[in-house]
Design a protein around this ligand. Structure first.
Ligand code: NI
Length: 176
């Protein structure tokens, strides 16, 4: 496995909608290795999710995992989840605002409104379709990662930029 270089804000790949993966190609060695490398990269940088275009690959693949992350110390755990060609539908209209950061927008945090619960339809890494419903932080990460695959970053979802904070100041003034 390899740790991939993460694209940062300003790289056009982050602003281009990613291409769907034909389901019959999911099992190919190239896609499987990409998924393994994305998992390795997410863990290396202590992210809670990573979209393929953050690894300079414009394909609709994202990985999510929350394991007591130092970047998000209060987040509940989420098992490793690979989502391919995700379709996200809000459940209800309830929204909640919370802090988000992004490996492609390094060292910044801001408060982002998201749907509190979503329904997800996607393919898993074995090429099987699956569905799940997610709430709260898991729902937030799903929305953040699927946004990436549509060329959207969390800054676009902020109601205004007044809460945008450098991580060092956030740790000092906002954490806990
Ligand atoms: Ni991100």
């Amino acid at each position: 496995m390899a740790i991939l270089k993460v694209s940062r804000l300003g790289h056009p790949v982050l602003r281009s909608p990613a291409q769907p993966v034909p389901p019959e190609e999911i099992a190919s060695p190239g896609i499987q290795r990409l998924i393994d490398d994305m998992i390795e990269t997410m863990r290396e940088y202590q992210g809670v999710g990573l979209a393929a275009n953050q690894a300079h690959v414009s394909k609709q693949i994202a990985v999510i995992e929350v394991q007591r992350s130092p970047r998000y110390p209060e987040a509940p755990e989420v098992p490793l989840t690979v989502i391919i060609n995700p379709v996200v539908t809000p459940i209800g209209e309830s929204m909640a605002e919370d802090w988000e950061g992004c490996l492609s927008v390094p060292d910044l945090r801001g408060r982002v409104p998201r749907y509190s619960a979503v329904h997800l339809r996607a393919y898993d890494r074995a090429g099987h379709p699956f569905e799940l419903t997610a709430e709260d932080f898991f729902a937030r990460v799903i929305q953040h990662e699927t946004d990436h695959l549509n060329g959207i970053v969390f800054l676009d979802r902020m109601e205004n930029l007044s809460t945008l904070a450098h991580l060092a100041e956030w740790n000092r003034y906002w954490l806990g």
